[in-house]
Structures are given as structure tokens and as C-alpha cells.
Design a protein around this ligand. Structure first.
Ligand SMILES: *Cc1c(COP(=O)(O)O)cnc(C)c1O
Length: 361
């Protein structure tokens, strides 16, 4: 499989593009091109085509509209100090995309093919990659079931699409987010789709997110479905809890039990925090641990992490059990240190010891 290049013959003029890249927002503007590939059970994957960004035309009986067979990824391209561009751990996204596909009964896309589509789009639309630290070109690969029919069974046709949008820093790094701990709704249960990056998980989470907003919170945090006490993750991000301070601090994250989404940022931070001299632990953390820990001051900092926002401090947590504030409510020093260390690698200003960056330009 290869990527056939038929780029947009009428790209946005450079002045207008530069204006958009200078004030990118998130998901506000899309680049000139996209990549599309088709899969059918009979013939496997087609070559991919890089073509002008634009609407998809689909029969109303297309399966994805009815039974939600959809998966996606989120990854970023970062400008490097010499003006080049790198992707951050794209193979990790490719592997997770294949795992998500297996769970949702969509076809697995070969890792090299997936990465190639991303590389080709970023190379073609390189003028859309912002250059400030924290900014990036956000890439959104996704796959939908495109057999036409209403029978409930795995689709024998799938469409892969890759789009890109220039992205500002997601949250204001100087401000901690507040979270609503949902005790009413769960995100995922064992045996369900919590480990797959699929739209369905998000569809099921929007009501809790809406409730969070009504409670004056920025985000929602989920607890486990069975005992309703173990902290799992926050919306589309994984969580970290820090006990103690200075180099004696211990950095903990909820263990991957089969219901959490295995974040690539989460994984990178486990390595990075160790490297910075901190003890790390993947463990079970209950809402009681959260409440008692921040009350006694044993838990000094909490942050959430994911590709979109990178690292975001978590201040107050609110639930039916009350409101608990972390520290003084502002982003902590270790949170800031970890964010800076990760962004340093992603932007090429710190050594890339683990070979996480894939230089493409
Ligand atoms: C994508 C995602 C994350 C974060 O994963 P990264 O690979 O770090 O971006 C965490 N939780 C959920 C539910 C997600 O969909």
C-alpha cells in the first residue's frame, strides 16, 4: 500500500493561512488536504489518496451512522528548533489504532501504512504547523464502517480518513482545571470498550461532561464501574497524583485495569518522571485516597495528561461528597517540571534519549 498524492490545486493563500496558524485555537481550521483509504473484506486495503480537504458523501444507510463502529487517534507534529518537523511516537498511535480496530471489529491497518499517511499529510501541509512552544499540528486519523446496510454485524467495508488542524496550547498552563468526579455515570466497564479509542466512549461520556459543566467544573473524572471507588481517568486524559515534594516525591497513576485508555502521554511520563529522579508507581487510587490525601497535604499535586493538552494541573475536585482542593489550587512545581520536560523533547530543545521523535522534515 502507498499514498497517492493528488493535492489540493487551490490551497488557501499563504497570507490567510499564516493568519490562521498564528491564532489556531483548537479544531477551528483544517489544512488544505486530507488522506483517505478504503478497505473491503474481499480486497483488503486500497492505496491511500492524499487529496483536497472536503466533505464525505455517504449513503444514509451507511453502517457507522446506525451502530457506531468508529475509532480514532490523536497525535501531533511539532516544529523543531531548526525549522524541521517531528512526529511524537507515531508508531505507538499506529499500534493503538490497530488494537482499537480489533476491539470494534474494524480492519487493522498496518503500522507502516498508518505512519506513512501521517507523514505524507504533514509534509504536504507543512505550512500549517505552528512554531511556538506548546503549539502543534494536531492530527486526527479515524476509521468508520462504510458498508451500506442495516443488518447488525461487522461491516465488510471501512474507510480510513486523516485530517489535520493547527492547535494552540489546549488549556492555559498557568491555570489548574477543576474536575467533577462523577458518581452517577461510568465511562467503561471490564469487558467493554474502555481500552479502545472509539467515538462510542465519548458519546456515552457527554452527559457526565454536561453535568460537570453545570457544577461549574471544567472536566469530569470517572471512577470504576463495579466498586464505584477507584479513580480511572479524566474525560480524554489520564491522571497522575503526586505524594510529597522535592526529589523524595512519588508520582502515581491509576493502574491499567482493562477499563482505562492506555495513554501514550501517560506512558511517556512514567519514563520521564523516573528520569527526573522521582519514584513512580502504577497503582489503585480510590476517591477516599484522593480526598484524604489532599486534605492532609500528603498529595501535593494532581495533573491530567494526554496528547491534546499535554499536561494540565488539576485543582479542585468536586463531587456529591464535597469539594477538595489540591495544594493552593495552582499548578505545582513538579507538574510544571514534567510538562516542560515533555514539551522540551517534543519540540527538540531537550535530548531525545528514547528516540520518541520521528523527524519527517
Ligand atoms: C486519547 C485518550 C487519552 C490520552 O491518550 P494519549 O495517547 O496520551 O493522547 C486518555 N483517555 C482517553 C479516554 C482517551 O481517549
Amino acid at each position: 500500500m502507498k499514498v497517492i498524492s493528488k493535492p489540493n490545486t487551490k490551497p488557501l493563500d499563504a497570507a490567510e493561512r499564516n493568519k490562521r496558524v498564528a491564532e489556531p485555537g483548537f479544531g477551528k481550521y483544517y489544512t488544505d488536504n486530507m488522506v483517505i483509504a478504503q478497505w473491503s473484506e474481499a480486497t483488503g486495503w486500497s492505496d491511500a489518496t492524499l487529496q483536497a480537504y472536503g466533505p464525505l458523501s455517504l449513503d444514509p444507510a451507511t453502517m457507522v451512522f446506525h451502530y457506531g463502529q468508529e475509532i480514532f487517534e490523536g497525535m501531533k507534529a511539532y516544529t523543531q528548533p531548526d525549522g524541521g518537523i517531528s512526529l511524537f511516537r507515531p508508531e505507538a498511535n499506529a499500534k493503538r489504532f490497530a488494537k482499537s480496530a480489533a476491539r470494534i471489529t474494524l480492519p487493522q491497518m498496518p503500522v507502516e501504512f498508518f505512519v506513512q499517511t501521517v507523514e505524507e499529510l504533514v509534509k504536504q501541509d507543512k505550512g500549517w504547523v505552528p512554531s511556538k512552544v506548546g503549539e502543534s499540528l494536531y492530527l486526527r486519523p479515524f476509521m468508520i464502517a462504510t458498508e451500506v446496510g442495516l443488518g447488525v454485524r461487522p461491516s465488510n467495508h471501512a474507510t480510513y480518513v486523516l485530517i489535520a488542524t493547527p492547535a494552540a496550547a489546549y488549556f492555559n498552563a498557568a491555570k489548574a482545571v477543576t474536575v467533577w468526579i462523577s458518581t452517577e455515570y461510568v465511562r467503561a466497564a471490564l469487558g467493554g470498550t474502555g481500552e479502545a479509542k472509539c467515538g462510542g466512549n465519548y458519546a456515552a461520556s457527554l452527559l457526565a461532561q454536561k453535568q460537570a459543566a453545570q457544577e461549574g467544573c471544567d472536566q469530569v473524572a470517572y471512577i470504576d464501574a463495579v466498586e464505584r471507588k477507584w479513580v480511572e481517568e479524566m474525560g480524554g486524559m489520564n491522571l497522575y497524583f503526586i505524594k510529597g515534594s522535592g526529589k523524595a516525591a512519588k508520582i502515581m497513576t491509576p493502574k491499567l485495569t482493562g477499563t482505562l485508555l492506555p495513554g501514550i502521554t501517560r506512558d511517556s511520563i512514567l519514563t520521564l518522571a523516573n528520569d527526573l529522579g522521582y519514584k513512580t508507581e502504577e497503582t489503585m487510587i480510590s476517591i477516599d485516597d484522593w480526598r484524604d490525601g489532599v486534605k492532609s497535604g500528603e498529595i501535593t499535586e494532581i495533573f491530567a495528561c494526554g496528547t491534546a493538552a499535554v499536561v494540565s494541573a488539576v485543582g479542585a475536585a468536586k463531587s456529591v461528597h464535597g469539594t477538595w482542593q489540591t495544594g493552593d489550587g495552582n499548578p505545582g512545581v513538579i507538574t510544571n517540571e514534567i510538562r516542560a520536560a515533555l514539551l522540551g523533547i517534543q519540540h527538540g530543545s531537550a535530548p531525545d534519549k528514547y528516540g520518541w521523535n520521528k523527524r519527517i522534515i
